[in-house]
Design a protein around this ligand. Structure first.
Ligand SMILES: Nc1nc2c(c(=O)[nH]1)N(C=O)[C@@H](CNc1ccc(C(=O)N[C@@H](CCC(=O)O)C(=O)O)cc1)CN2
Ligand SMILES: Nc1nc2c(ncn2[C@@H]2O[C@H](COP(=O)(O)OP(=O)(O)OP(=O)(O)O)[C@@H](O)[C@H]2O)c(=O)[nH]1
Ligand SMILES: [Mg+2]
Length: 472
């Protein structure tokens, strides 16, 4: 029996006690198998009608009373005949029902994501929407839910199609001219400008999707800086509970600590790290090594400086973060300092509006006059809301995640290859032959097709659907 003709079954609900548990069957034998469990249902049930009926064991003894739903192919989630048994949410009962369905030789357990995969194979949904299903299930912040929902409703599919159609037309025109020069004469006249327009559309889409991982997994933000700057106190304040140990002894934090928060719907994993200093003790040195590792991995590093830090010192602390963007703040701002030549020297009324210094410093432009870092106090909470806002602005560049923001590394990579091929096509349209131009346009089309699923391999589908849970 080929996989396509197999009827598959799985629990559609989590294997835990709950109000309702659903057993879902999809494939040609779905109705017969379902009626085997629910013999009270008519032989030709009305599709999409909820029948209240008994579910029975092999001997006909009643196991539960629940709802029976029949979706007739192709009007179902998978595009095949689908039967759902909505039973009471007893894991043990559902296992009995599942085992009974599997007694039929035409039925086998569904693989992870197989229902969704069949929906894709039967053309019910394209790949971006299939992936959005998995994203929605995995979403752990409001932003991730909203972005996945937009993906599910076809927002990304729409954008891809808007690029794919003209690209396909251009490719067809070019191939026409190459293969039937007489009939298709002149179809390549505007090729150069069409490539330019398509390339800029591809680049625009690419720019928009770059932050998919931020929404999907949340952003990672680490507090770092010299020992005793007030990092742990600020961390506790940002997290809203006393998670980290605080002490006036420098070198209190040894191991990085993490906490998950949700700010404006965006998931943020916040790290408190071991303070940096020269000549630490042995254990502390291990903590400092870990801080440096972590700094390389996060999306944003928040440098917490004690009041009175000089500009040179600030610049050198900034360099500790390497390539990671830095947002600098002056901590313990409730303490008055009279130090001269410090980073907060030019603090004035205007600098009450947080303006990240990190950019300038990490761009190697620290010689230019830059605004004073925003001031915070973990102790009093002053400036903490403004810091949160600056962090979000730095991660997002302001605004809320766009509908197409929830894009996987896979999508981003395919879009990058699309744009690159179009870049080479643009070059070819100026300096090379029509063959080369058409070849690059073909490559762009192929890369783009990996997003929508018009050109994907079985192997890629296997990998994609493996991240789904069983029953999805
Ligand atoms: N009980 C239950 N709830 C569920 C699902 C399910 O399979 N079963 N879903 C599963 O993930 C989601 C809903 N997704 C669905 C998508 C399409 C169709 C469907 O029957 N589509 C047909 C008919 C459309 C219509 O009549 O408007 C089609 O596309 O042709 C059903 C569910 C979430 N809730
Ligand atoms: N006045 C004032 N004191 C603070 C503030 N934040 C921290 N402190 C004090 O400064 C000392 C060090 O604070 P921590 O939060 O442990 O500093 P840290 O940067 O985590 O230090 P290490 O883990 O040792 O690197 C403690 O005595 C805190 O009470 C603040 O905003 N204002
Ligand atoms: Mg600490």
């Amino acid at each position: 029996m080929t996989p396509e003709s197999a009827t598959i079954v799985a629990l559609a609900t989590a294997p835990a006690a709950g109000a309702v548990g659903i057993l879902r069957v999809s494939g040609p034998a779905a109705l017969e198998v379902g009626r085997g469990l629910a013999p009270g249902v008519p032989a030709a049930p009305t599709p999409r009608h909820a029948y209240l009926t008994s579910f029975v064991d092999a001997a006909g003894a009643v196991l539960d009373e629940g709802l029976f739903l029949y979706f007739q192919a192709p009007r179902s989630f998978t595009g095949e005949d689908v039967v759902e048994l909505h039973a009471h949410g007893s894991p043990r009962l559902l296992r009995l029902l599942l085992a009974r369905a599997l007694e039929d030789a035409r039925v086998r357990p569904a693989l992870p994501g197989e229902f969704t995969r069949r929906a894709f194979l039967h053309g019910r949904i394209d790949l971006t929407r299939a992936e959005a299903v998995a994203d929605l299930v995995a979403a752990d912040s409001e932003a991730a839910v909203r972005a996945a929902a937009a993906g599910l409703s076809g927002a990304l599919a729409e954008r891809i199609r808007a690029l794919e159609l003209p690209l396909r037309e251009l490719h067809a025109d070019l191939e026409g001219v190459l293969n039937f020069p007489d009939e298709a004469e002149g179809a390549d006249a505007e090729a150069g400008s069409r490539v330019v327009a398509l390339r800029s559309a591809a680049e625009a889409l690419r720019a928009e999707v770059g932050r998919g991982r931020l929404v999907r997994q949340g952003a990672r933000v680490a507090l770092y800086g010299p020992v005793n700057a007030g990092k742990s106190t600020l961390f506790n304040r940002l997290v809203g509970e006393a998670r980290a140990l605080v002490d006036d002894e420098p070198g209190t934090t040894r191991d990085a600590l993490e906490a998950r928060v949700e700010w404006d719907g965006l998931g943020v994993t916040l790290y408190d790290t071991a303070g940096l200093r020269e000549a630490p003790g042995r254990v502390e040195a291990l903590g400092i090594a870990r801080t440096k590792e972590l700094l390389a991995a996060v999306d944003l590093a928040v440098l917490v400086l004690p009041p009175g830090t000089s500009r040179d010192e600030a610049a050198s602390w900034t360099r500790e973060a390497g390539a990671t963007p830095v947002l600098t703040v002056t901590g313990k701002c409730d303490v008055l300092t009279a130090a001269r030549g410090s980073v907060e020297d030019d603090t004035n009324a205007a600098s009450a509006v947080p303006s990240p210094l990190g950019d300038a410093a990490s761009d190697g432009m620290s010689a230019l006059p830059s605004p004073a870092p925003p001031r915070v106090s973990g102790l009093t909470g002053e400036g903490v809301d403004a810091l949160r806002t600056s962090v979000l602005a730095r991660l997002w560049g302001g605004g809320t995640p766009s509908a197409v923001a929830l894009v996987s590394e896979r999508h981003a990579d395919a879009l990058r290859r699309t744009a690159e091929a179009l870049g080479r096509a643009e070059e070819a349209s100026r300096v090379s032959t029509l063959e080369v131009l058409s070849g690059e346009v073909g490559l762009a089309l192929e890369a783009l097709g990996e997003v929508s699923g018009t050109s994907v391999s079985e192997a890629l589908l296997d990998t994609l659907f493996q991240r789904f849970c069983i029953g999805k």
